[in-house]
Design a protein around this ligand. Structure first.
Ligand code: GDP
Ligand code: MG
Length: 192
């Protein structure tokens, strides 16, 4: 494997900016309990059983995707302080967004749609990369949102879609590689 965010530091190389000197700000959105911090900790390479309940964190990592280094600053601050001001900042500052819901929680899925709409409103003319994430795919028996529903929602909202399990580390690497690819695609199309 030439890129990896889900396990230890061997292929997660130094933090800092990537070749064009740019750090991509990626913001996690989603209702409480859907797994944002769990996904962020995997990205950040934080110890598995270190289940801190800190309100907000940022993770600065460079990962290699398609043989190219990308520098990501991941913000897990959506729920921090419950502050309206901070939420507005979140909506404004991201270069890309990961909107998370839990497949075991229909309300969190509906919230994800709301967030998508808010984001569209906040960043009207911009074509920001967004990935819709259905997390907790391991909890098969308590599933309330089907893969098809998730996928259909992403089509309507014109964003990418992936199901993950932070518990099993399933698709988490793909998620972060995916966001890097989306950022590159949009950047390339802007430059043309
Ligand atoms: P946040 O509020 O969105 O930051 O959610 P957390 O990351 O704190 O996760 C909330 C709870 O869900 C924690 O108890 C996690 O261990 C659990 N959790 C997170 N992701 C998964 C997952 O993929 N599968 C399962 N079974 N539990 C998860
Ligand atoms: Mg959290």
């Amino acid at each position: 494997r030439d890129s990896c965010v889900s396990d230890s530091s061997d292929s997660v190389i130094s933090s800092g900016s990537d070749s064009d000197g740019h750090v991509h700000k990626v913001v996690l959105l989603g209702e409480h309990g859907v797994g944002k911090s769990s996904l962020a900790r995997i990205f950040g390479g934080v110890e598995e059983n270190h289940e801190s309940d800190e309100a907000g964190n940022m993770y600065d990592r460079s990962i290699i995707v398609d043989d190219e280094e990308a520098s990501i600053l991941l913000y897990d601050v959506w729920e921090q302080d419950n502050s309206q001001w901070l939420r507005e900042q979140c909506m404004r500052m991201g270069d890309a967004y990961i909107i998370v819901y839990s497949v075991t929680d229909k309300a969190s899925f509906e919230k994800a749609s709301e967030l998508r709409i808010q984001l569209r409103r906040a960043r009207q003319s911009e074509n920001i990369p967004i990935i819709l994430v259905g997390n907790k795919s391991d909890l098969v028996r308590s599933r309330e949102v089907s893969v098809d529903e998730g996928r259909a929602c992403a089509v309507v909202f014109d964003c990418k879609f992936i199901e993950t399990s932070a518990s099993l580390h399933h698709n988490v690497q793909d998620l972060f590689e995916g966001i890097v690819r989306q950022i590159r695609l949009r950047k390339d199309s802007k430059e043309e």
